[in-house]
Write a protein that binds this ligand. Structure first.
Ligand SMILES: [Mg+2]
Length: 156
């Protein structure tokens, strides 16, 4: 039996950053509307701004590609809070997206996603209800916002 044919252990294991230090965000349905992509989710601006101010690294990735992700956030002048953009592309044998292509300093940490079962579970995962773009009273980012505000209050 050939050892080389055995699947490799996920490269994500053991390389995760502290949950407070690196936050990786999905775009569609998480930060912007999945139907109305020109609509920013309520709280998204404050969330990215607060994390950035607290010294956390904000990373944004999308199945639409890194360029798409940057273009979407540029609509709302949010690129200045983001440390890096990445494709959300390959999946591992467990069906979850892999983060091997992220630089070590950009690996989660914390993942915020409206499809939480599709992101690596080695990190802290904050699942959010899918934001379609039409509800100005949406509060799907509340949990993430509370965690981010707590970071600001703590002396890091
Ligand atoms: Mg999504």
């Amino acid at each position: 039996m050939s050892r080389s044919s055995e699947p490799h252990a996920p490269a994500t294991r053991g390389t995760a950053n502290h949950p407070d230090d690196v936050w990786v965000f999905d775009v569609d349905g998480t930060l912007i509307g999945s139907i109305r992509c020109d609509t920013l989710r309520p709280g998204a601006d404050e969330l990215l701004r607060t994390l950035h101010a607290a010294g956390s690294t904000v990373v944004v990735w999308s199945a639409g590609g890194a360029t798409y992700a940057e273009r979407m956030l540029a609509q709302f002048d949010l690129v200045r809070f983001v440390g890096a953009f990445y494709d959300k592309d390959a999946r591992g044998p467990d069906g979850r997206y892999v983060v091997d292509h992220l630089r070590p300093e950009h690996r989660p940490g914390t993942l915020v996603d409206d499809y939480p079962h599709e992101v690596p579970d080695q990190a802290r995962v904050i699942g959010v209800r899918q934001f379609l773009g039409g509800n100005p009273a949406d509060h799907g980012l509340r949990e993430a916002l509370e965690l981010a505000r707590a970071l600001t209050l703590s002396s890091r």
